[in-house]
Design a protein around this ligand. Structure first.
Ligand code: ADP
Ligand code: ADP
Length: 230
């Protein structure tokens, strides 16, 4: 069963009302399959629909038309609460801007998502510690974000995304805020996670970054023009 399977996904944004209604067709019939264990880069010019597609894949939004199955299950007709629950369990998000909580240590930041799982504190911290070790930060557990380099901060954010063992890691311009050395650090980590069997979808506009993925999906005017199938 593919992790992501889309057929004819369309997204129309409507604003205004009556004769003044304005429609923007952000996605126009997207077909996309991502198999378990793939490392895929998503590219396309500004306005081509990348953010919209990532929002739909990450269950932050739903298609206007077409079918999206995550892990074989259609998202059609699910309530906001159901989408949120599936999102929290199955999707790990990584952003350009890290979004770490500044007053929490690396360990506490990574343990935070597990609070909502109802795990006891000792177990949360143990899992967070193991995940930070897995991204090479076993010696930075008690550091605050401000005490870490950009690449280290992004590794903490990746650990926070991985701690719930998601089916899919969604990374939106993960190297966009990093110098070339830190970018290399993050891309090497993604390659290593890919080798361990993780499924990763990364948006980037940098060809050198996209080239590190196993496959490049190209969007143009809301359509996949290349790489939609494994
Ligand atoms: P990208 O991430 O590739 O820049 P987006 O998905 O942000 O593309 O946008 C695709 C198109 O949809 C653009 O024309 C954009 O202006 C439009 N769009 C995106 N979000 C909205 C929204 N919430 N309301 C109206 N139009 C939107
Ligand atoms: P990015 O830098 O990722 O391309 P965008 O500029 O595409 O970000 O979008 C930023 C936010 O603004 C998104 O949440 C998107 O849905 C929204 N947005 C984008 N274009 C429009 C638009 N034309 N009208 C309303 N909201 C929009």
């Amino acid at each position: 069963v593919p992790v992501v399977e889309m057929q004819g996904v369309t997204k129309v944004y409507r604003s205004g009302s009556g004769a003044r209604t304005v429609e923007v067709r952000a996605l126009a019939g997207v077909d996309l399959t991502i198999q378990k264990g793939e490392f895929v880069a998503l590219m396309g010019p500004s306005g081509s629909g990348k953010s919209t597609l990532m929002h739909i894949i990450g269950l932050l939004d739903t298609p206007t038309e077409g079918e999206y199955r995550l892990g074989g299950n259609s998202v059609r007709g699910l309530s906001e609460a159901q989408l949120a629950r599936i999102r929290n369990r199955r999707i790990g998000f990584v952003f350009q801007a890290f979004f770490l909580l500044p007053r929490l240590t690396a360990l506490q930041n990574v343990a935070l998502p597990l609070v909502y799982r109802g795990l006891p504190p000792a177990l949360r911290l143990e899992r967070a510690r193991r995940t930070l070790e897995a991204v090479g930060l076993g010696d930075r557990l008690d550091h605050l974000p401000a005490e870490l380099s950009g690449g280290q901060k992004q590794r903490v954010a990746i650990a926070r995304a991985l701690v719930q063992e998601p089916d899919l890691l969604l990374a939106d311009e993960p190297t966009g805020n990093l110098d070339s050395r830190s970018s290399e650090e993050i891309l090497a980590l993604f390659e290593s996670l890919h080798q361990q069997g993780k499924t990763i979808l990364m948006v980037t506009h940098e060809p050198d970054v996209a080239a590190r993925a196993q496959r490049i999906v190209r969007l143009r005017d809301g359509r996949v023009v290349e790489g939609g199938r494994p």
